[in-house]
Design a protein around this ligand. Structure first.
Ligand code: 5AD
Ligand code: SF4
Length: 470
């Protein structure tokens, strides 16, 4: 049993990260024959992409996708640790798994992802939910075949979670959710240690992939007919900083744009490492989408300092204005936390002030959630929950007002949309995103799927739009 360890996870070693190719022992390639799997994914795009890797590995082992969880022989929960409610949802689901296992004792159940990297979570699973068959972390997805083999052949829970860094595994197979857009990891982990955030502990030290490996992956996706790639990392702007080479994120973005793939996106950007050169590159290449997610977290300098964010309200706004100047049609979205320990009404007003200046296209807003082991969890938090909820409500009203305003500007305009799937609201319509990441439902036939078309916007709501092919 290898359990996660918080103190180990905090450490940042200077040792070079090993780069290895994914491989799987021949005798494990039949382990899943005749069995089905279901992977339930929680959380961010990084987890979504990890699940794509996990599904491909399972299929290499002979497993087939189950139509739903109730029928699957193997159920994996790929979990998110970012806030308490994500954590609670997973424990609710683990409770459901217990009932399923009582009815169908032969099913195999597992927990992976960010919560598996948490010492407290693994201890709780061992104490109270030891019917779970396997637990593995974010650093050793490539070892899933061996871990699963042990879990299936030994009559005890198999826990295998590494706390220190992890290697970079190239050539990981992926069963991608979309035929048209693909996630491409450019880096793993995060070294920023914002005081509220658990990610540097669950995802480990920053490890950038090699430039050439990333470009090769993008080119092969383009050759396979993909229209869009999203470069993924917890903090993509810091790409390459751990490698000490002459190139950085702006060089990578430029090289990816030069592959000629039709759409390039990237998430997530920390304002700290957003260079002028990066803004220039975004403005220069039409296939880099004018959409930037720029987390603010708070508009108060005092709170930003407590959060360890390393920028001020003023420098954030300067960056925002620079981006808007160079990429005038850019849609900019953000993340905001309310109720950080010690946040006063004045601090909160500063946040509202930034929202009033930036008029974001949209924003993800959260109430601060203490995460065990992070510095902010130890800070004195004496704001009553009602006050935090009131602040969230007030913030959301403002955010929604500007989101609707931003969308209203699209009415009657013609914009490019990548048609990705059949619309959830109407099976005669297709849904897709504009270059600026607005969701549009379009009257179009299914043979248009996978095409980027010019769409005239005919109706605008707060979170989506309707349109027809122009
Ligand atoms: N509490 C509330 N929100 C958080 N986030 C990260 N950690 C916490 C936390 N402890 C939010 C941040 C981040 C987004 C992904 O989640 O806004 O940008
Ligand atoms: Fe968390 Fe900050 Fe790293 Fe983002 S940059 S993952 S908020 S520590």
């Amino acid at each position: 049993m290898l359990k996660p360890h918080l103190d180990e996870a905090k450490k940042r070693t200077r040792s070079l990260v090993k780069i290895e190719n994914f491989k799987m022992a021949r005798d494990l390639k039949t382990l899943g024959l005749g069995k089905t799997y279901y992977v339930k994914t929680y959380g961010c795009q990084m987890n979504v992409h990890d699940s794509e890797n996990i599904k491909a590995i399972l299929e290499m082992m002979g497993f087939k996708a189950a139509l739903d969880m109730e029928q699957a022989d193997l159920i994996l929960l790929n979990t998110c640790a970012i806030r308490e409610n994500a954590h609670n949802k997973v424990f609710g689901m683990i409770g459901r798994l217990k009932h399923m296992k009582e009815k169908r004792p032969n099913i195999i159940t597992g927990v992976c992802g960010c919560m598996a990297q948490e010492e407290v979570v693994v201890n709780e699973i061992l104490d109270k939910y030891s019917f779970i068959d396997l637990v593995f972390g974010t650093h050793n997805i490539n070892e899933l075949p061996e871990i699963l083999n042990k879990a299936m052949h030994e009559n005890k829970i198999e826990v295998n979670v590494k706390s220190i860094e992890g290697d970079i595994i190239e050539n990981m197979p992926a069963k991608r959710d979309s035929k048209y857009k693909a996630f491409v990891n450019i880096m793993y982990g995060c070294d920023k240690f914002c005081t509220y955030c658990i990610v540097p502990y669950t995802r480990g030290k920053q490890r950038s992939r090699r430039f050439g490996d990333i470009i090769r992956e993008v080119k092969s996706l383009k050759d396979a007919g993909y229209k869009e790639v999203t470069l993924l990392g917890q903090n993509v702007n810091a790409y390459g900083k751990d490698l000490n080479l002459e190139y950085d994120m702006s060089d990578l973005l430029e090289e990816v744009a030069k592959t000629g793939i039709e759409r390039v996106r990237f998430v997530t950007s920390h304002p700290w490492d957003f260079t002028d050169k990066m803004i220039e590159v975004i403005g220069k290449y039409p296939n880099i989408m004018p959409y930037i997610h720029l987390p603010l977290q708070s508009g108060s300098d005092r709170i930003l300092k407590l959060m360890g964010r390393r920028y001020t309200k003023k420098s954030y706004l300067e960056l925002f204005n620079k981006i808007k100047k160079t990429v005038p049609n850019a849609s900019i979205t953000t993340d905001i936390i309310v109720g950080f320990p010690g946040e006063t009404e004045e601090d909160f007003e500063e946040t509202l002030d930034v929202v009033n200046v930036c008029r974001y296209d949209s924003a993800f807003t959260f109430i601060f959630s203490p995460r065990e082991g992070t510095p902010a969890a130890k800070m004195k938090d004496d704001i009553p929950l009602e006050v935090k909820e009131e602040r969230l409500h007030k913030l959301n009203e403002l955010v929604n007002k500007y989101a609707k305003e931003a969308n209203n500007k699209y009415l009657g305009k013609v914009v490019p949309v990548l048609l990705e799937n059949v619309s959830e609201k109407d099976s005669n319509m297709l849904a897709g995103y504009t270059d600026t990441m607005k969701l549009v439902n379009v009257k179009a036939s299914k043979d248009m799927l996978g095409k980027i078309v010019e769409v005239k916007i005919t109706d605008v709501k707060t979170w989506s739009m309707d349109g027809e092919i122009a």
